[in-house]
Write a protein that binds this ligand. Sequence first.
Ligand code: NDP
Length: 290
Amino acid sequence: MGRTTVSVIGLGEMGRALAGAMVTAGHPTTVWNRSAAKADELVALGAQRAATVEEAVLASPLTLVCLLDYAVSGAVLRPAEGSLHGRTLVNLTNGTPAQAREAEAWATGHGASYLDGGIMAVPSTVATSRASVLYSGPKRHFDAHEDTLKALGAAKYLGVDAGMAALYDLALLSAMNVMFDGFFHSLAMATSHSEGSAAGFTDLLVPWLTNMSQVMHAFAADVDSDAEPVLAQGLDVVLASVRNMAHASRDAGVRADYFEQSAATLERQLAEGLTRYTAPDAVRRLRTSD
Ligand code: NDP
């Protein structure tokens, strides 16, 4: 059986990597981009260039969309809404869960099947073992195209709500973002000393964080469980060390805002009678509804 024909709309850094992966995997591929010249290399590899978005959508049962944001993907797809009926749209543009659900309602309103996706890769890792793509929407649409989507990287289905892929994508990116903020904070502290070096410090940090990240599985189990948390520290002990982090940062000439806020929260919890620091409490105190 021949490979599924695929269209790719949006040939920025990421869109070109996605289309290239499809061509390399042997899928007849049609591409469209606002700046048509970005298709040149792909056309040289065997892709077809569509003159319009509508032509791209009509060329394949499956269309991948990878544009700057949902405002752009909405505007780009609108002129082709009459050609969506019976086709599957997979929007891999980064956006919020609400935008994914809105895009699904719009696409299904025009007779298309819709999946939303989040790309956990950079262009150079697409189609390698270091790439995964998160998908959500009706499972039957994922099942119908899973084999084709695997050409981009591991295909991970998260659930029927079209917003799930965006939620997990942005949650994963938040963890990465805060981790890097923490990294830069620690570098500012370490290099404030005349004998400190970023490289020497990072040699200690990477194995430390790698080991500590293993604890996340146990924390997660506590968050998912209704039972008494297994992992707990005294709240007063945690507060004392957070205060030390704030003091040492200030002494090193480094902003301590994060740790001051964190200490204030822990002080409030202690005042409210909480004595243990646990993952479920840490998650709860971040929720705006509590
Ligand atoms: P680029 O800036 O390289 O590409 C942006 C794309 O959007 C281009 O195809 C561009 O067209 C198009 N575009 C922008 N504005 C308009 C417009 N007004 N009308 C029509 N088309 C427009 O970004 P990336 O390819 O890197 O990112 C694309 C998506 O992939 C984003 O949502 C990003 O978050 C996501 N992503 C990117 C990753 C990365 O490492 N690059 C990693 C994971 C996800 P034109 O070429 O004509 O300007």
